[in-house]
Design a protein around this ligand. Structure first.
Ligand code: NAP
Ligand code: MG
Length: 405
């Protein structure tokens, strides 16, 4: 079989722990035998982020801006415990996803990969629910402060015109904690448009939820901007017979559980972080979820929604065989290469990306699964529980067959 040639490079962001191991295995088994991989490699592993003072993360985001498509491996966001685990760390580096998203902006769309063997925990769900997560600002770009004496905290905006707006946050009698967060009209507008476009593309209803009864100005602005932006899409929605509706986040949660699925749920940054984990777990597993960041100017970053699977990595280091599920990471490559092919008019590459996903699902449909999904399979479905390497070998065989058919 001749290898597929790539005309434009894809931005490759390597990561940490077990997913870094999977990353290499996926490349070796499923990509490099078929594709003359043209990638710009950025090592976002924690130690290299530390060595480059996190410049590598910024560079990888800038490369994505330039070339348009990236694939990202899961990465460690250091916390106190990681600072002890890696004493060489110069700083508690920020979340790479946060850094990348603040450079690129955009919206993260997360959808479960639905398979026959696993029925959703919520019995009424028949179709996947896509969570559209705003990827800029709020608590992810907040500043925080801890104070230790009685006093007052004020919030001041200083306009370039010289005008100032000030509001008292609170007067306190003792130690207190503070947080200042923001979002911009421009980013919220881009989020709204990305969601409306995606709904039109998928021909699915769009829901948007926030807490504007409590946060009248902040969340209220989100609601207002969505309403304004919707005007440009209203006739398209009517034509397609799809709807946009806004509801409070607590009402949305209740409705989602009672729904049949098959819609897009737009969420603010933090809500989207939490709700996408809830949705994916209820649909089966975090390892069975696709995640893509779409920017307002049409750049794409594909990733797995789960983390670096630390517990499995420590088993791996002890020489134990692991059954870590590589599906979400395979789908990141599949989505990225497909999009690269689509943008370049490279049919062979587009087809390869498509077939990579198809081969993975075919193997699962035959009952070959990693333990996480095997454990949840409906009674009566055929199940052959395998380790990651056997699973990848089965996909490689299936992929070879699909590509030469
Ligand atoms: P995690 O890596 O997602 O793993 C949590 C647990 O979920 C695992 O221990 C495992 O359960 C199960 N799991 C997740 N992915 C799996 C897979 N592919 N196959 C099988 N089981 C899977 O979350 P975490 O342990 O909370 O975080 C570990 C590190 O990941 C942290 O340092 C965090 O900063 C980072 N993180 C990165 C990203 C990202 O880069 N996108 C996202 C989230 C977290 P069992 O142990 O029961 O098998
Ligand atoms: Mg999360």
């Amino acid at each position: 079989m001749e290898k597929i040639i790539m005309t434009t490079p894809i931005v490759e962001m390597d990561g940490d722990e077990m997913t870094r191991i999977l990353w290499q295995q996926i490349k070796d088994e499923l990509i490099l035998p078929f594709v003359e991989l043209n990638s710009l490699y950025y090592d976002l592993g924690l130690l290299n982020r530390n060595a480059t003072n996190d410049q590598v993360t910024v560079d990888s985001a800038l490369a994505t801006k330039k070339y348009g498509v990236a694939v990202k491996c899961a990465t460690i966001t250091p916390n106190k415990q990681r600072m002890e685990e890696y004493p060489e760390l110069k700083e508690m580096w920020k979340s790479p996803n946060g850094t990348i998203r603040s450079i690129l902006g955009g919206t993260v769309f997360r959808a479960p990969i639905v398979i026959d063997a696993v029925k959703p925990a919520v019995k009424s769900w028949k179709l996947p629910i896509t969570v559209a997560r705003h990827a800029y600002g709020d608590v992810y770009k907040a500043v925080e402060l801890k104070s230790n004496e009685p006093g007052e905290c004020v919030l001041t905006f200083r306009g370039e015109s010289g005008a100032e707006q000030t509001v008292s946050v609170q007067k306190v009698d003792g130690g207190a904690i503070w947080q200042g967060m923001h979002n911009t009209d421009e980013s919220i507008r881009a989020f709204a448009r990305a969601c409306f476009n995606y709904a039109v593309d998928q021909k699915q209803d769009l829901w948007f939820s926030s807490k504007d009864t409590i946060s009248k100005v902040y969340d209220g602005r989100f609601k207002e901007i969505f309403e304004e932006e919707f005007e440009a899409y209203r006739s398209k929605f009517e034509e397609l017979g799809i709807t946009y509706f806004y509801t409070l986040i607590d009402d949305a949660v209740a409705r989602v559980i009672r729904s049949e699925g098959g819609f897009i749920w737009a969420c603010k940054n933090y809500d989207g972080d939490v709700m996408s984990d809830m949705i994916s777990t209820a649909f089966g597993s975090l390892a069975m979820m696709t995640s893509v960041l779409v920017t307002p100017d049409g750049k794409f970053e594909y990733e797995a929604a789960h983390g670096t699977v630390t517990r499995h990595y420590y088993k791996y280091l002890k020489g134990e065989k692991c059954g870590t599920n590589p599906v979400a990471t395979i789908f990141a490559w599949s989505g990225g290469l497909k999009k690269r092919g689509e943008l370049d008019g490279n049919k062979a590459l587009e087809n390869f990306g498509e077939k990579l996903g198809e081969a993975t699902l075919n193997v699962i449909a035959r009952g070959i699964m990693t333990p996480d999904i095997a454990n949840m399979a409906e009674p009566g479905t055929p199940v052959k529980r395998v380790f990651t390497d056997e699973f990848l070998a089965a996909i490689r065989e299936e992929l070879t067959a699909l590509l030469s058919a």
